[in-house]
Ligand binder design. Structure first.
Ligand code: ADP
Ligand code: F6P
Length: 319
């Protein structure tokens, strides 16, 4: 393994820079050259790459986003785009590749593996929607960002005696809403995994009012609809003062948490080590807090299990 490449793909996530830094520094420590591929798979297609050295990754461990840039590259899914990417990998003499991204990026990584390019996947997405791993890089920071916002919105809720609906990201996965709902003391959590009817939401708000609760927080996952739509449905049924906040892209940015810096650093180094050991076509994850790797094909087949216990606990603790 003389030369490897690293890229970030799909949605950016805090901790990606820590992972890039670890890949570059650990590879150099193992006498391997590293090429940074700009803008995800687009950089492979357009041959947009640069040599990385120790100082290319200086002063980035605390920065959100990704210094390599990222992209949602439709061309990579086409035969022509993929062929161009393979040509450039060969032209650059890249012998192994580390892909930092979410499930879509892993489909691309699997395709590269199948074409004979030794590839390692590092799960980087705020959504935590990859079933094979406990946590994805960026999820912890995004949750903390959400909680910071919930605290501030809670002040407003309480001063004005309002119900605040907070819409968070996650695509089809409710983890961001569920875990920040429990940690933020939400009265109601609305997630795709546990559809809830509007009447039940209204009953919960009214039950709280009856026992003297003057305000409430509804944590809504974007996969279950939008905040303003939910507000309309609730106010058609009960008289309640509602405000909506769509948290949006603040969830994707910001300085990574200690957890995400550690996870990114460990996964980046481990990815290089696996390539050196001749292990590839695997993705990295955590199980019981420990790093492990798993065949990419197998990992992608695993279906996410709904954390019913946490969902129930959130309901019980907000009675
Ligand atoms: P994420 O990795 O965060 O889930 P996307 O779903 O947008 O983000 O995927 C990132 C990129 O991975 C896509 O823009 C595309 O370049 C690549 N990709 C996604 N699906 C496939 C696929 N089926 N085959 C090859 N590449 C894919
Ligand atoms: O996958 C991360 C994510 O932020 C999702 O939570 C969200 O639905 C999506 O990306 C937004 O994508 P884009 O950055 O393309 O608007």
């Amino acid at each position: 393994m003389r030369r490897i490449g690293v890229l970030t793909s799909g949605g950016d996530a805090p901790g990606m820079n820590a992972a890039i830094r670890a890949v570059v520094r650990y590879a150099i420590y193992r006498n391997i050259d590293v090429i940074g591929i700009n803008k995800g798979y687009k950089g492979l297609i357009e041959n947009d790459m640069c040599d990385m050295n120790l100082s290319s990754v200086a002063d980035i461990i605390h920065r959100g986003g990704t210094i390599l840039g990222t992209d949602r590259c439709e061309e990579f899914k086409t035969d022509e785009g993929f062929a161009k990417a393979l040509d450039n990998i060969k032209y650059r003499d890249i012998k192994g590749l580390i892909v930092i991204g979410g499930d879509g990026s892993f489909l691309g990584a699997r395709k590269l593996s199948q074409a004979g390019i030794p590839t390692i996947g590092i799960p980087g997405t705020i959504d935590n929607d990859l079933a094979y791993t406990e946590y994805t890089l960026g999820f912890n920071t995004a949750m903390n960002t959400i909680l910071d916002a919930v605290g501030k919105i809670r002040d407003n809720s309480s001063s004005h005696e309002r119900t605040n609906i907070i819409e968070v990201m996650g695509r089809h996965c409710g983890d961001l809403a569920l875990y920040s709902g429990l940690a933020g003391g939400a009265e109601v959590v609305v997630i795709p995994e546990a559809p809830i009817d509007i009447d039940t939401i209204c009953e919960t708000i009214m039950r709280g009012n009856t026992r003297g609760k003057k305000h409430s927080i509804i944590m809504l996952s974007e996969g279950s609809g939008n905040a303003y739509g939910l507000k309309d449905e609730i106010t058609k049924r009960i008289k309640v003062n509602i405000r909506c906040t769509v948290l949006g892209y603040i969830q994707r940015g910001g300085t990574p948490s200690a957890y995400d810096r550690l996870l990114g650093s460990k996964m980046g180094a481990k990815g290089v080590e696996l390539l050196v050991d001749g292990i590839s076509n695997v993705v990295l994850g955590t199980k019981d807090g420990k790093l492990f790797h798993q065949d990419i094909e197998e990992a992608l087949k695993i279906e996410k299990q709904f954390d019913y216990e946490t969902y129930e606990l959130t309901k019980i603790l907000s009675i």
